[in-house]
Structures are given as C-alpha cells and as structure tokens.
Design a protein around this ligand. Structure first.
Ligand code: 6PG
Length: 241
C-alpha cells in the first residue's frame, strides 16, 4: 500500500514537507556527513522552499553539508521565468548559505544533449553504480507526468542513463530530466501533490491500471528507498477512504 499523507491545505502540506526535509537532512548528515537533496520544479514546491528559508527550519538545517540537485529543468537560461533553477534560487537558495559549488543546476542554456551529458558526468563522478540521493522531491502533472518524464516521450524507456534530454511535443520544447532508474535509486522519494486538478491523475497513478507510458509517475517505484505521497485535501478528493 502506498504511504499517502493527507493535509487539510497546501500550507499544512508545505509545513509537513519542511519537517520531513529537516528530519531527512539531519539523518543524512549524521550518517554520511552530507545531504544530497533533489529539488523539483513547477509551482507546488514554492511554498516548501519559502518555508525552509525561514524560521524555524532555516536554523535546523546544516546548509554547509547540503548538495543541491534538480530532478529536471526546462531548456532555458537560468534567469528565464520558466527556469526551475531560478524558482528555487528566488524562493530559497538566495536566502540560505549553501556553498555555490554545492548547487548543481542543470545547464538549461546549452544544447540539451550536452547539458544532459554534463549532468550525467557530474553524478557519475560521485556515484558509480547508481545515484544515492538522500531525498528526491517530485511533483505530479495533470497528465500524470513527473519530473520531465512526460507521457509517450522517449525518456520513459531509458534504462541506462541517469540524465537525458527529452523532447516534449505537447510543449514543443526540450527538457532535461533524471530518468526513472536514477529516481528509483534514491533513498527517499517524496511526491508533493496539491490542488483539485491533481485528484484524477493521483488516483489513476496510485490505483488505476498500470500504464506508465500514459501515466509516467507510475514508473517511480524506488528499488529499496522509501516512497511517500504528501497531498492536500483537494488533491486527495478522489482517493478511496
Ligand atoms: C516541472 C516539474 C514538473 C512539475 C509538475 C507539477 O519542471 O514543471 O518538474 O514535473 O513537478 O508539472 O507542477 P505543479 O507543481 O506546478 O503543479
């Protein structure tokens, strides 16, 4: 059974997610001296990032031991309004003392194939068999996508690489994304899902027919790590009680 935690509204969801980040970070630093943290994009995580930048969470996090990554990125400049890096910088990273060398953004501004290869190289310098992210955040799109693993796109079938460029026809644009194998190697994967528009995709992903090419979030089945769904009441409206 999936581990689903339902919160009254998106603020309560953000507060619970902040508590989880702190707990995971403290455990990772205590055990291994670092916290490898993967941020997701879109709008849902904004409230979480803003909370982490302020009291009490800011003081509870050992920013100097944090290594920050992105689960996906739009192929745009880092200052572009669409950039997931820019969103995280504005809501969190510009306010906290993570050493700049520990902010590992995906290079959305260069050729997608080269950007993906660079990120893959970065990860493979650190891990040999599989990336061991401590906490990996994901969102859920209305169409069942997660990261930039969109329905019926090439990235869904990648089994070897950890990072790929992915052309998304419906957006008429390129994305960079961690692949399912890279995500599934994480120690803890957390979906943050908020809003009534996610109620149907959420129940389809969790309880519907298995059809990962149509509902890519179904590809996320961590090999040995934990998988949590933090959802607000609107997004949970269709879940079986
Ligand atoms: C992105 C995200 C994407 C996002 C979902 C949900 O780059 O947009 O990585 O996977 O998490 O689309 O987005 P919202 O939180 O805005 O609904």
């Amino acid at each position: 059974m999936p581990d689903i935690r339902i919160f009254p509204d998106k603020d309560a969801l953000a507060a619970a997610a902040a508590e989880l980040v702190v707990a995971q970070a403290q455990a990772a630093v205590a055990a291994r001296g670092a916290f490898h943290f993967v941020l997701s994009g879109g709008s849902t995580p904004r409230a979480l990032y803003a909370r982490l930048a302020g009291a009490p969470y800011r003081e509870q996090l050992d920013w100097a031991q944090m290594q920050v990554y992105w689960g996906d990125e739009r192929c745009v400049d880092p200052d572009d309004a669409e950039s997931n890096y820019r969103m995280a910088r504005e809501t969190l990273l510009a306010q906290v003392p993570v050493p700049p060398a520990q902010l590992h953004r995906m290079a959305g501004e260069i050729q997608p194939r080269e950007a993906a290869a660079q990120y893959e190289h970065l990860l493979r310098q650190r891990w040999q068999r599989a990336p061991q992210f401590d906490l990996l955040l994901l969102g859920l799109g209305d169409d069942g996508h997660t990261a930039s693993l969109f329905p019926h796109t090439a990235a869904l079938d990648e089994t070897a690489r950890w990072v790929v460029p992915n052309y998304v026809p419906k957006l008429e644009s390129w994305r960079l994304t961690l692949t399912a194998p890279a995500i599934n190697a994480a120690r803890t994967v957390v979906f943050l899902v908020s809003g009534g528009s996610k109620a149907v995709p959420l129940v389809d992903v969790l309880y519907g027919e298995r059809q990962p090419h149509t509902l890519p979030a179904q590809l996320i089945t961590p090999a040995s790590g934990a998988l949590l769904w933090l959802v607000d009441a609107d997004a949970a409206a269709r879940l079986p009680r």
